[in-house]
Design a protein around this ligand. Structure first.
Ligand SMILES: CC(C)(COP(=O)(O)OP(=O)(O)OC[C@H]1O[C@@H](n2cnc3c(N)ncnc32)[C@H](O)[C@@H]1OP(=O)(O)O)[C@@H](O)C(=O)NCCC(=O)NCCS
Length: 209
């Protein structure tokens, strides 16, 4: 499918996020409306609940990261612990019942781009930055191609907007640039070559506040 088709589908499928309870976003893929209030009911793929990953599930989240990214691109467990402890509202999982099948996470920053944030490593620095840098987007290999990562991305973008941040940034592999563009991001033209032997393209979504 070309970029145009992706855009059409993404636009049509993009659900609205709501925050009924502190820290919880439940998105229904098919209707774009809220899924079940009780996440225990959200145990099928189409109604997978998008909600924060708690500290006690970080090891499992890191296993998923390691399954999805090559070793030289995957975040360390230490980095995951840091991100979850410091930015729990931006460390979201896709849950089929109690099973974690996808994740997205990021850190607040005032850095110009995510390369300065220290991709995949522990992140020191200020925690009150006005931008969110997304550092991981991953869907379990058994659950790909069904919109899961799109919903995770929507969830974390909604959380950033709700927190009053100015923009969301990330670094994308070249082949995924159209995927992010179809989901509202624009390529800034900056490319970095430092991480895992991959050329990373900067992507950005401004809220225009
Ligand atoms: C990329 C990833 C998160 C997508 O998850 P997903 O749940 O399958 O994504 P969605 O179902 O929302 O979207 C699927 C679309 O992404 C496209 N896509 C996924 N991986 C791709 C790749 N490597 N190159 C090009 N397109 C890709 C699919 O072709 C599909 O396109 P379509 O919508 O036109 O059919 C998942 O493949 C993954 O975990 N990959 C490993 C980690 C990774 O690379 N993360 C992104 C880092 S920038």
């Amino acid at each position: 499918m070309g970029a145009e088709g992706r855009a059409d589908r993404a636009e049509g499928a993009r659900p609205q996020a709501d925050r009924r309870r502190e820290g919880e976003i439940v998105l229904s893929r098919d209707t774009g409306s809220l899924g079940a209030d009780n996440a225990d009911n959200a145990d099928t793929f189409n109604n997978a609940a998008i909600r924060p990953i708690p500290a006690e599930r970080i090891a499992e989240a890191h296993e998923l990261e390691s399954l999805c990214y090559p070793a030289d691109q995957a975040a360390t467990l230490e980095a995951f612990r840091y991100r979850q402890a410091t930015f729990p509202g931006f460390f979201l999982g896709a849950w089929e019942g109690d099973r974690l099948v996808g994740l997205v996470c990021g850190v607040r920053t005032d850095a110009r781009d995510c390369a300065d944030v220290g991709i995949k490593r522990s992140h020191g620095g200020r925690t009150d930055g006005r931008k969110l840098c997304i550092l991981s987007v991953a869907a379990h290999p058994d659950r790909r191609g069904q919109g899961l990562a799109t919903r995770l991305l929507d969830g974390v973008v909604s959380a950033a907007k709700a927190a009053g941040l100015a923009a969301v940034m990330l670094m994308s592999q070249r082949e995924l640039v159209p995927w992010y563009e179809a989901r509202g991001f624009r390529a800034t033209g900056l490319v970095h070559a430092e991480h895992g032997g991959v050329r990373w393209h900067d992507m950005r979504l401004d809220f225009g506040a």
